[in-house]
Unconditional design. Sequence first.
Length: 289
Amino acid sequence: MQQYRIAILGSGNIGTDLLVKAMRSPHLTCVAFIGRGYTSPGMNKARALGITCSDQSIDYIPEHADEIDLVFDATSAKDHALHAPILKALGKQVIDLTPAKVGPMCVPAVNLDSSLGSSNLNMVTCGGQASIPVAFAIGQTHPEVDYLEVVSSIASKSAGPATRINLDEYIETTEKGLQAFSGAKRTKAILNLNPAVPCIDMQTTIFANVKNPDIEALKRVLDPIVEKIKTYVPGYKILVGPILDGDRIVVMVKVRGRGDYLPEYAGNLDIINCAAIAMAEQFAMNGGN
């Protein structure tokens, strides 16, 4: 099979971890690792791996458009809003790892097939990738979801500069994703940065106020979804639930990273990267469609 040629835009932690994951994939080959300077740890890692690097940011891509099939944008929400029209004009397939919400939201375990027709996929947020599959299952089994709240706790060390810059966009995008996939009337997303040492693994708790809660029906829908997630995020695990707390459904999820470039406790970054790689591989296997 001819490998799908990818470029990674953004040389921070997410972009560098994506590079390592892409290099392990039998379907993807990284033809460019792109940032704004050659001195970052990510650039040093990419050069050590023999990858073509550039410090020209988005300007590199129009000059090399014929060499690239898909662009991962691992910059920031503000930057992606500027990059998106350029990449669209070039006809490039894009997977957006920022909370920019330019394209339709994608959670592979839930809507992989329907996402293949989009030229710019938004991977929501790390909290969205962890919680939306549960929220979707709740919505599928409970026609009236009054309120859905998601609380994610991550290690402070796993929240780099781009994550911190995008906190407002993270909250807004996660809440919109939860509402879109669950049908909940109201949603709320909370992100806690925990400075504990040793660093904690990512944990996400989903609370849902529903009418006539049915735990058994929820399990029948949720269990197969969790198995799908584990095919691309092996460290995804239901820690608690689904259980009932009064008329409120509670599910707690833990995500342990693969430890490719980032530490294993950085499951929050690992899950969104694994989801993005899963989608890129699907594009590759479908011949780019």
